[in-house]
Design a protein around this ligand. Structure first.
Ligand code: ATP
Length: 341
């Protein structure tokens, strides 16, 4: 809604035709104020894990250099387990400011959707007050819903089919939604490789350091886990570490039983990641069904090329060309139009 200034004539008749523009005076608590106030603009990137949201957010931020990124992945908000939760490495952030990425102390209990609404809301206001553009990026749709809706009920889970509260499509910001989508078979292939890459990059050592034998009894049942201890990789490798306690790392595994236990953990991680993807896609479709104007960006071809180039050992020029053309350019067009509105 655009607030047009009213034209008033100076009260003094002797001042002739001197006219001045005046904004209507409003009490900031009045409903008229809120109706007329321009809503802050926010670009939101949703999508399942592994679809390339983080990369796209940086690509968009480099095209619109006044952007700042707010992470909305509920595991990546915590400090620690950078490889396991797949946080975008610093060198790939290309200097773009990232908020709520590894900032929350995992010792302080669960970071909830309400917490995200309040911390994320302050960050959005701050970024806007500096006349910059917030890009909200991450796979946790409950966080995104909590942050954006006009009225939020912390007591209800809108994604739970039996909840009495439904997903609202009234937002407290002016939102532009990009939905990065990849066909499930291609994404599964990619994620399986990604888990192998994460293990090659030191995920096992990271998890060994995080392993807490004291937490064993409490966490046997995964429903009792909280915060970062729920991250995919932690429960799966805790099972392995209980049988084969760390330190391991550089020790070459020669015991076939231990090798089987290791493979079992890796397979469970891959399966659980695919389950997460399916849940996330279900929630995205719920948002769309509730009237959220999600603009679908298909990254299937780009990801297929990425997997193929890795398999064949060829360079990845082809995949980045496809990514640029099919994913970045279409997204940039949508954002450009939104910023002009
Ligand atoms: P939400 O339901 O809030 O939208 P979500 O999309 O992350 O969040 P959930 O179905 O709640 O999906 O699954 C969250 C679980 O997925 C976490 O408890 C964790 O096990 C796993 N998970 C999510 N993101 C990550 C991540 N970045 N790294 C590791 N595990 C993750």
């Amino acid at each position: 809604l655009t607030l047009l200034p009213t034209t008033t004539t100076s009260s003094s008749a002797t001042s002739g035709a001197r006219r001045r523009l005046r904004w209507p005076r409003m009490d900031s608590s009045s409903s008229a104020y809120h109706r007329h106030r321009r809503k802050d603009k926010v670009v939101v990137i949703v999508g399942a894990t592994g679809t390339g949201k983080s990369r796209l957010s940086v690509d968009i931020a480099t095209r619109f250099p006044f952007s700042e990124i707010i992470n909305s992945d509920k595991m990546q908000v915590y400090r620690g387990l950078d490889i396991t939760t797949n946080k975008i490495p610093i060198h790939e952030r290309l200097g773009v400011p990232h908020h709520l990425l590894g900032e929350v102390n995992p010792q302080n209990g669960e970071f909830t959707p309400s917490g995200f609404r309040s911390r994320g809301g302050s960050i959005v206001s701050d970024i806007n007050s500096r006349r910059k553009l917030p890009l909200v990026v991450g796979g946790s749709n409950s966080f995104i819903h909590a942050l954006l809706v006009d009225r939020f009920d912390p007591e209800s889970d809108v994604f739970d089919g039996s909840s009495s509260t439904s997903i609202s499509s009234e937002f407290r910001y002016n939102c532009c939604f990009l939905w990065v989508d990849v066909s499930l078979p291609v994404l599964s292939d990619y994620l399986s490789k990604r888990v192998d890459d994460m293990l090659d990059s030191g995920m096992l050592d990271e998890l060994a350091e995080f392993y807490d034998p004291e937490a064993k009894d409490l966490e046997e049942d995964s429903a009792h886990r909280t915060g970062l201890r729920k991250a995919i990789g932690v429960p799966e490798f805790d099972r392995y570490f209980r049988k084969y306690p760390p330190p391991r790392g550089m020790v070459k595994v020669t015991d076939p039983k231990e090798e089987d236990a290791y493979e079992e953990a890796v397979t469970a991680i891959k399966d659980n990641t695919c389950q997460l993807v399916k849940r996330q896609i279900g929630k995205i479709l719920n948002l769309k069904g509730a009237g959220w104007d999600l603009r679908r960006i298909d990254a299937t071809e780009a990801l297929r090329a990425a997997v193929t180039s890795e398999n064949s050992g060829t360079n990845n020029k082809k995949w980045s060309e496809i990514w640029e053309r099919q994913v970045v350019e279409s997204s940039v067009k949508i954002v450009k139009r939104f910023l002009k509105e």
